[in-house]
Design a binder for this molecule. Structure first.
Ligand SMILES: [Zn+2]
Ligand SMILES: [Zn+2]
Length: 898
């Protein structure tokens, strides 16, 4: 096999992913040995389209799963999708609306069928997109929250919680979306500040002594008022309390009551109380035993309690009522008023508090158990600060309204006998009533909140309630990777249900992913038009490059700022490796397969040095992955491969590769061994380019149990016999620094790349011509790196000087290093004075600009008034100018004119 001129990412992605699946590398087997490592994927909505949040989440999961698999763990990564009740129902309803139909015209059964069809068509789209990312899930174990097994688990949980008295039915005020026609949990309501109006209205007193004036933002609910309330401390109303007022327009009499919850500073200090349409009023109504009068139906149209306004929607009713109040002389005035308005998070319709009978789950004791499990470290958050968010919410948790008036979801397993009204809550529909034997049983119409079933995901997907081998082997799962926005919706519920039904936490670790932002640091949103499609990025840069970029940017607790430059750099990284592999293969054209093994004693310093650096890279990458510092791991892989392996080792081994005998054999062996190990390290990050190259170098490796493919090859571990002594390691470090310094001096003096030069090196701490320890050490090191310096810096002559006297008429250009100074002689025509003048002029100019930008940046007015972009641009410019300044100063120092 040969490597083509350039890396064709798309072809590699298709070829290898299919082959890995066909060979069953990702399939989990509980019978196989190895410690278990398991993850359940956060199931994307079936309605979903891959976005960068998924791409990041799945990439990080795949990095860790691939690493653990290569480390010999028995891994399971369960894929699947969520039926996403309200979201999917809305999507299908939108489709129906295009045909001018709605779900009521279709009826429940036909509508449900329609959603299943929709799911057949679109439900696999998102999973195929995850495959495109290279996700090494066990694709034979794909689950869906509405599949038979998971539905069985849902019914079982519901019945058990009902029998334990934790699930109950109650008539309460709940958030209601009149568009979706369903109850919503507090979490599904968005609160936005809107500017509205505060109306001042006059309620006549029944005793004829005048009016009491109330202020309200919702005049239309007036029809459901059951009291007017004032604060007991409010002297203005002392004589009114206990009297009765008449609701304008409909004339119903209501009491004037005193309650300390009334804010005297709001409006007139007197407020209307509508227990059936306001959460605060509901509470106050309970305290004063006021009736609850609902004036709207499920679509927020005025109902029979609204008298002449029956049939109007809430907005029209408001206008009509305000008009009628004006006519009746009961309208006083109005003013602008800002208040928080609750809207449906799915459709943005204004939510109506409604009195309604719903199913609730008492979660207090489960929440306590979940808090304990995090407090005592059975489950850990990464980054740790998210624990506080979790505690905060769990400590203030309310009973969960679990029923939804939707058609798409798990229907509540409660059956009412139509003959004797007996209610049966059972997992499977009973044939007849257990009380009277009647067969006319009606199942509850409601479905469960979609998070009820996803809350069971970690154990329902493993076969619970059956005691499956998977449940024994893979539960608790090892890790959950998810976004902070669903800590409450999902993570908290999984913790509660997991502990309740399995007695153990659902996962050991929770990694909260950062948020992905665009290149300008803005949150991506459809309305801003800055959403980047990961599929397009994979087409342009290759999947490996996208994955690597995301891993590199995944710093715990910080947002990911994704820019095209970053992606291009990752693609360049893949190309760099590719080119290095091509170079290697060209040099191995006549080499035996496999290569004979070479002992460290036969290797050169460069050979042993790269193997030592490899050990270091393996250690750092492994440690970083263990604590989910994906960025640290990715950067180490990058530095090792690009800088140490490609820039230094390959250069240093070029001569040896072209030589013959032992020297060549050692270089060949080490370059192949190095490639093998670094591709294994790289594989979890860039699975495709690593496999493509590995297949080509594989025949040269001499290993009895060599894996056929990288996904199941062993993850590297450091090897002691490859360690350098401290002295040798220091020698190479000195050599690298000396080479870099010499080459930058050569460039500065414009010396032709082919021209050989003399290099003088003077160690630090020179005192009175006596030989220092530093000097002695460098003198010992010199023979080790002299030949390399000759090659990489074209230094024909390397002199270690205890002190340097410039011969008459000779001037050197110099560069200081932490441990000494490098001197080289510039060409004859090098004009020190002219060069110095030019540099000083440039430096003056740069400093002038730098000063101007810096003062601008520290100006208070600029800080307050300039846009964020302008401020960032200025800061960027300051950084660039400071860099130029440092560079020019450095060059002046080269002239010995600092
Ligand atoms: Zn809605
Ligand atoms: Zn019955």
């Amino acid at each position: 096999m040969e490597l083509s001129k350039t890396f064709d990412s798309k072809a590699a992605e298709e070829r290898w992913f299919q082959l890995w699946i066909d060979r069953g590398y990702f399939a989990a087997d509980p019978e196989k040995p190895g410690p278990a490592f398991s993850i359940v994927i956060p199931p994307p909505n079936v309605t979903g389209q891959l976005h960068l949040g998924h791409a990041l989440n799945v990439t990080l999961q795949d990095i860790i799963v691939r690493t653990r698999r290569m480390q010999g763990f028995n891994t399971l990564w369960v894929p699947g999708t969520d039926h996403a009740g309200i979201a999917t129902q809305n999507a299908v309803e939108k489709d129906l609306a295009k045909e001018g139909k709605n779900r009521h015209q279709l009826g429940r059964d036909k509508f449900e069928k329609k959603v299943w069809e929709w799911r057949e068509t679109y439900g696999n789209r998102i999973l195929n997109q995850l495959r495109r990312l290279g996700a090494s899930c066990d694709w034979s174990r794909e689950r869906f929250t509405l599949d038979d097994g998971l539905s069985r688990a849902v019914n079982e949980v519901f019945v058990r919680l009902y029998k334990a008295g934790l699930i109950y039915k109650d008539r309460r005020l709940i958030n209601w979306c009149p568009r979706c026609e369903t109850a919503l949990s507090d979490l599904e309501v968005d609160h936005k500040d809107r500017t509205g109006t505060l109306w001042y209205l006059k309620y006549p007193l029944v005793d004829g002594s005048g009016y009491i004036e109330v202020a309200t933002t919702r005049p239309e609910t007036m029809l459901g008022d059951t009291a007017v309330a004032v604060n007991p401390e409010d002297n203005r109303y002392r004589s009114e309390v206990g009297k009765k007022a008449r609701i304008p327009l409909i004339g119903r009499e209501i009491p004037i009551i005193a309650d300390s919850a009334v804010d005297s500073a709001f409006g007139t200090g007197a407020v209307k109380i509508t227990p059936a349409h306001d959460f605060n009023d509901f509470e106050m109504g309970r305290r004063h035993k006021l009736p609850q009068i609902s004036v709207m139906d499920n679509r927020a149209r005025m109902n029979e309690n609204a008298g002449p306004y029956q049939g109007l929607d809430r907005e029209t009713a408001r206008k009509r009522i305000l008009g009628d109040l004006k006519t009746a002389g009961l309208y006083e005035r109005e003013e602008k008023h800002t208040n928080a308005v609750g809207t449906c998070s799915r459709c943005d319709t204004i939510v109506e508090p409604m009195l309604s009978e719903q199913w609730f789950l008492d979660v207090k004791s489960m929440a306590c158990n979940a808090i304990d499990a995090v407090k005592d470290g059975r489950t850990k958050f990464f980054p740790k600060f998210w624990e506080n968010t979790f505690f905060n919410w769990m400590e203030n948790i309310h009973d969960w309204c679990i029923s939804r008036q939707l058609w798409w979801g798990h229907r509540i397993p409660a059956y009412r006998c139509q003959r004797c009204d007996h209610l049966m809550v059972v997992a499977v529909r009973p044939p007849k009533c257990e009380e009277c034997g009647g067969t006319d049983l009606l199942q509850d119409d409601d479905v469960l909140d979609t998070w009820f079933s996803s809350g069971l995901w970690p154990f329902s997907t493993l076969g619970w309630p059956a005691e499956t081998p998977e449940l024994h082997r893979y539960y608790p799962t090892s890790l959950l990777v998810t976004g902070f926005d669903i800590i409450f919706f999902w993570v908290a519920r999984m913790m509660m249900f997991g502990l309740e039904f399995t007695g153990d936490v659902p996962f050991r670790d929770i990694y909260i992913t950062p948020l992905v932002r665009d290149a300008e640091g803005k949150k991506m949103s459809k309305s801003k038009g800055n959403v980047v499609d990961p599929l397009e990025l994979m087409d342009t840069y290759g999947t490996d490059a996208l994955r690597f970029t995301l891993a590199q940017l995944a710093i715990q607790g910080r947002d990911v700022i994704l820019s095209p430059e970053r992606l291009a750099a990752s693609r360049a990284f893949a190309n760099k490796i590719w080119n290095a592999a091509r170079f290697t293969m060209m040099n191995l054209a006549d080499a035996p397969q496999p290569l004979p093994k070479v002992a460290p004693s036969q290797m050169s310093l460069a050979d042993r040095w790269i193997l030592d650096r490899l050990n270091d890279a393996i250690r750092e990458v492994t440690a970083a992955i263990d604590v989910y510092e994906f960025n640290v791991a990715a950067m180490k892989v990058y530095d090792f491969i690009w800088h140490e392996f490609c820039d230094w080792y390959i250069e240093l081994s070029k001569d040896a590769l072209k030589a013959s005998g032992e020297r060549q054999a050692a270089a060949r062996y080490v370059i192949i061994h190095g490639f093998d190990q670094m591709l294994r390290l790289l594989h979890p990050f860039m699975p495709f380019v690593s496999e493509e190259i590995w297949q080509v170098i594989r025949p040269y490796m001499d290993d009895a149990d060599l894996a056929p493919n990288l996904p199941i090859a062993k993850f590297p571990t450091p090897r002691d016999e490859h360690a350098l002594s401290d002295a040798e390691a220091l020698a190479v470090q000195h050599f690298i620094e000396a080479t870099k310094a010499t080459n930058s001096l050569r460039a500065f003096a414009n010396i032709h790349p082919g021209q050989l030069i003399s290099v003088h090196l003077q160690p630090n701490n020179y005192t009175d011509g006596s030989i220092t320890e530093e000097f002695a050490r460098l003198r010992d090191e010199l023979p080790l790196w002299e030949s390399y310096l000759r090659k990489l810096a074209k230094a024909e002559n390397l002199k270690l000087e205890s002190y340097l006297v410039e011969p008459l008429g000779t001037r050197f250009i110099t560069q200081r290093l932490p441990w000494g100074t490098i001197f080289i002689k510039p060409p004859e025509d090098f004009d020190f004075e002219k060069k110095k003048e030019k540099l000083e002029l440039d430096l003056k100019e740069v400093r002038k600009h730098l000063e101007r930008h810096e003062s601008r940046l520290s100006n208070t007015e600029f800080r307050q008034k300039a846009s964020r972009e302008t401020q960032e641009e200025t800061a960027q410019r300051v950084a660039e100018l400071a860099e130029s300044e440092a560079h020019l100063e450095q060059q002046l120092r080269m002239l010995g004119a600092a």
